[in-house]
Write a protein that binds this ligand. Structure first.
Ligand SMILES: Nc1ncnc2c1ncn2[C@@H]1O[C@H](COP(=O)(O)OP(=O)(O)O)[C@@H](O)[C@H]1O
Ligand SMILES: [Mg+2]
Length: 245
């Protein structure tokens, strides 16, 4: 489903943030990415949909391949059709209701008829437990509610892969659970997901595979049991000990 080959990203002339990443993710995998801050997790996710243009390497999602050395705008557009991102800070449109936020891409990008987009938006809001707030503006929703709308909005375009960048780290602790539960339900529907998170317990229970990123590389890659219960990499052990405190 997702194939990353020799991906590198350098900011400016010397900050190499991603160092020759190779990664193959299959359909229906739920991949959690762990790692200290500043190790390139967000940059990797953003490269997957060219929100960030890699310095080198190729990204393939579904049947679209984009090579950083020579790519067209059309290829990038095609690549973006395959995925949707859920951001840390929700990034909802402030001047639109929950329903309008979920409808937006269906109407403007996918050119679906308004009535159809609305019906689908209501279905998705129901799925994330936000149907009763469909006419609320973001300013009248809690962070957890906004993020659940953010997830419904990401699903609206029926992406092959859902990308989550620390979807709960901006939330008050008591609101984290409702968002994690929403994501867990999606995982149970066999969606392909890549999720940067510091929620180790969630990664342990919901992910089918865990990656540990360290200094721009994938330093460990395995099942949740291997990576979280029986870490072998010393830096990973140190990271898990640190997070647990
Ligand atoms: N647009 C940018 N310009 C310059 N440096 C950046 C930019 N985005 C990220 N970086 C740098 O790349 C490194 C990795 O960042 P990031 O991918 O956000 O890490 P993580 O998500 O793992 O915390 C950091 O040192 C960060 O300062
Ligand atoms: Mg980040």
């Amino acid at each position: 489903m997702v194939e990353v080959k020799n991906l590198s990203k350098t900011f400016g002339s010397d900050t190499e943030v991603l160092k020759d990443i190779n990664l193959h993710i299959h359909k229906n995998e739920v991949v959690a990415i762990l790692g200290p801050s500043g190790t390139g997790k967000s940059t990797l996710l953003r490269c997957l949909n060219y929100l960030c243009v890699p310095t080198k390497g190729t990204i393939r999602i579904g049947d679209t391949t984009v090579d950083a050395n020579h790519y067209t705008r059309k290829e990038v557009r095609d690549l973006r059709r395959h995925s949707a991102m859920v951001f840390q800070n929700y990034n909802l449109f402030k001047n639109m209701t929950a329903k309008e936020n979920v409808m937006e891409a269906m109407v403007t990008v996918q050119k679906r008829p308004k009535a159809e987009a609305e019906a689908r938006a209501l279905e998705l809001l129901d799925k994330v437990g936000m149907l009763d707030r469909k006419d609320f503006y973001p300013s009248k929703m809690s962070g957890g509610q906004q993020q659940r709308v953010g997830i419904a909005r990401a699903m609206a375009v029926e992406p092959d892969v859902l990308l989550f960048d620390e979807p709960t780290s901006a939330l008050d602790p008591e609101l984290v659970g409702e968002v994690l539960n929403t994501i867990k339900r999606l995982a149970e529907e066999e969606k392909t997901m890549i999720l940067v998170t510091h929620e180790i317990r969630f990664a342990r229970n919901v992910a089918t595979r865990v990656l540990f990123m360290d200094e721009g590389r994938i330093a460990a890659d395995g099942t949740p049991e291997e990576i979280i219960d029986h870490p072998e990499n010393p830096r990973l052990q140190q990271f898990l000990n640190f997070i647990a405190k």
